[in-house]
Design a binder for this molecule. Structure first.
Ligand code: GLN
Length: 179
């Protein structure tokens, strides 16, 4: 079962894509719901708010023990990265990357761009996006924008600094479903 963490942020667009491609899914708000999933999306939103809710609810501990694939988008990528700056913030640290929060600018400076990738993706949205950089050779870069990594994978963990779900394209959901 495909899970979408649903404590805050852009949850619904993911559910619509999963529905469209006929992948069974559930929203995740509790440790019990998390336990029923075999892979998880942590959507974009506000990582500080998510962190607060996750820690208060006990879900943080369950996520720390989660062994299945996770795809973190924007705020989700921040929560998964080993190092977080601007400002520093606790994280799960499941992928050897550094996340510089809001490095692509403020809400007003949000933009849509076509990334360079082996995946043929439509233009995607960068919304208060972090700059993500690998801290290890074990991190595989799967997409770049102006030669900066924006889509990466290390083992079971995938992160993207952009929102793909807002354009409704299922390519990355289908790829992640095979990890
Ligand atoms: N800037 C946000 C954060 O630090 C992330 C923005 C997003 O997920 N679109 O959590």
């Amino acid at each position: 079962m495909f899970g979408v963490l649903a404590v805050q942020g852009a949850v619904t667009p993911h559910l619509k894509i999963l529905e469209k491609v006929n992948v069974p899914f559930t929203t995740v708000r509790t440790s019990e719901e998390l336990a029923s999933t075999s892979r998880l999306i942590i959507p974009g939103g506000e990582s500080t708010t998510m962190l607060k809710i996750l820690r208060q609810s006990g879900l943080w501990q369950s996520l720390m023990e989660y062994k299945n694939p996770i795809w973190g988008i924007c705020a989700g990528a921040i929560l998964l990265s080993k190092e977080v700056t601007h400002p520093e913030q606790p994280s799960l640290g499941f992928i050897e990357t550094k996340a510089i929060r809001n490095a692509y600018g403020s809400q007003r400076e949000s933009f849509t761009a076509t990334i360079d990738s082996k995946f043929k993706l439509p233009p995607v949205d960068f919304i208060r996006a972090p700059k993500l950089s690998p801290l290890s050779k074990n991190v595989e870069v799967l997409g770049t924008l102006n030669e900066e990594p924006v889509l990466m994978k290390q083992g079971r963990i995938m992160i993207s600094s952009f929102h793909i779900e807002l354009c409704g394209d299922p390519t990355l959901h289908l790829y992640f479903n095979e990890i």
